[in-house]
Design a protein. Sequence first.
Length: 248
Amino acid sequence: MAEANTKRRVLVTGASRGIGKGVALRLARDGFFVVVHYGHDAQGANDTLEQILAQGGSGSIICFDVADTQQCQAQLESEVNAHGAFYGVVSNAGITRDDAFPSMSAENWYEVINTNLNSFYNVINPLIMPMIRLRAGGRIIVMSSVSGIAGNRGQTNYAASKAGLIAAAKSLALELGKRQITVNAVAPGLIETDMTALDDTVRSEAMKLIALRRMGKVEEVAGLVSYLMSDESAYVTRQVIAINGGLL
């Protein structure tokens, strides 16, 4: 599909489903040209793009493994050379491999760190200089987690990766501030997605810890990302914004 030159381009990683899909749909409604990323779920990415187009938005699809540095660089440099710099990036792609730390395998540790944390470098680094040269400001949003703020039993690997994203975002915000490029982290709590499917007993116990006594909605997280991507958020940077129903 043809790209509208008047539209700002944003990349949303992990946009095949869940929060990433909700964010992509919302940003398209906001008027951005959304590049829908996927790593494995091509059908999910196509579904996201079809919904974007059906609601009158515009976008395209890109595929790469966020844990593969060389693949990210090659695909993203090619995308920028063909279509121009991105105005915004939502680094959302992530995985869980939960287990008690004493029995956690090295594979599960490194797979989570490589996918969730190393993707910060792999995805964002190739896009920074083109964004700077655009001289139009910009928005970088990373998807952390309540686990990255408070930790969580059985999620030492996941919590470490999400806490690392917070530190990386805060540091990059200092470097890019003078370029009017904001960098923020969003830290969701329990959100209704297939990654957070809970049995009735676990759900009941979890609700006791949440002030609003419910799980969050993907659309609510997408609304927060929408604000952070907007012009109205131009003075918000280096922040970690929790959206957890009062869990913390």
